[in-house]
Design a protein around this ligand. Structure first.
Ligand code: NAP
Length: 306
């Protein structure tokens, strides 16, 4: 089992983690960026960032790749490992991964969140056979087809708009009577003739043969069930935090997101949290960057750096 020591370990290499790692390496701190999956996080699924970052429109992949290049050039260690545990180890913090154990004097948890699943029959069975959670990647496969999108927040509406560029019709199934998304997304959806809101309705089952061919839905008021013929189902019903490795000492809110103070330090001294894994995260890319900078500044201050 390999062991290595750093000043700072950043867990997660989405935009939040990469931004935090950039700041700590710029301050001369030996930094490791650990990521289990693809560097870049959820943002790499997005072709056009909203709002656009300073400097104009770039894709999520470009933004993440540029940050990755920057932290590598600054000298951060980039480790493709899965973090399984975080614990105190004397004056250090120990980060255990599937490849070994690392130690640091400060840890920034930026492990983000995963899109939640509906948990209905057929969802797992038809994964990659019509069930998807990436409209930008899979949208072109549904050209001139009908699809169902579930949810009423920013993600559902944003992704419905992407799918509407390809699909014959997007059935936007929402359990409520109004969307909670930002106004400009609601207006954009209302202006698209091929997006059909289906109010007060939940998805109950994904049906098909080799591939999805319909979704059974139920009106929550009348209880009536109907089937929507479609080739795909995209659920955007919110996020679940990705932080099972953090010990109970790191306090969570009722939904499992990590609780921090104003410097973004968690209840475990020396452990900071930023971005989608954090309770109270604003949800915008600008919030992710601002939180990364705050957590990195607090970690630097703890280690005696400006
Ligand atoms: P969200 O804001 O939590 O919305 C989830 C939606 O799914 C809600 O409309 C909710 O209904 C519905 N829902 C939840 N559980 C459900 C279930 N079991 N069955 C059916 N419907 C269910 O999640 P989100 O849209 O993924 O957004 C998450 C965060 O990311 C937000 O802060 C958002 O602003 C942010 N975001 C930002 C951008 C951007 O930067 N441009 C893009 C996308 C998202 P109710 O309304 O009835 O509760």
């Amino acid at each position: 089992m390999s062991a290595s020591n750093f000043d700072v370990i950043v867990i997660g290499a989405g935009i939040t983690g990469l931004t935090a790692a950039k700041h700590t390496t710029q301050q001369g701190l030996a930094t490791a960026s650990i990521e289990a999956l693809l560097f870049g996080g959820l943002v790499i699924n997005i072709n056009e960032l909203d709002p656009a970052p300073p400097g104009g429109h770039v894709s999520g992949t470009d933004l993440a790749s540029n940050l990755m290049l920057e932290i590598t050039e600054l000298g951060a260690a980039t480790l493709s490992e899965t973090v399984t545990a975080l614990a105190r180890d004397g004056d250090f913090l120990s980060v255990v991964t599937d490849a070994g154990q690392h130690r640091a004097r400060a840890v920034i948890v930026a492990s983000g969140a995963k899109l939640k699943r509906l948990g209905i029959p057929g969802e797992a069975e038809f994964e990659h056979k019509g069930v998807s959670q990436c409209a930008d990647c899979d949208g072109p496969m549904y050209k001139d087809e009908d699809v169902v999108v579930v949810g009423g927040g920013d993600s559902a509406l944003q992704e419905a708009l992407v799918l509407a560029n390809y699909c014959r019709r997007v059935h936007l199934v929402h359990r409520g009577a109004r969307f909670r998304a930002r106004r400009h997304l609601i207006d954009a959806v209302a202006a698209r003739a091929n997006i059909r809101p289906v109010w007060n309705t939940v998805a109950e089952e994904v049906l098909g043969a080799q591939m999805v061919n319909k979704v059974r839905v139920r009106n929550v008021g009348s209880g009536q069930t109907t089937e929507i013929p479609c080739a795909g189902l995209f659920a955007y019903i919110g996020l679940a935090p990705d932080c099972a490795f953090a010990p109970p000492e790191v306090k969570r809110d009722a939904d499992g997101f990590l609780v921090t103070d104003t410097s973004l330090q968690t209840a475990m001294a020396g452990v900071f949290a930023a971005g989608a894994v954090r309770s109270g995260y604003g949800g915008m890319l600008t919030d992710a960057v601002a939180e990364a900078e705050t957590a990195a500044a607090a970690a630097c201050a703890r280690l005696g750096k400006r």
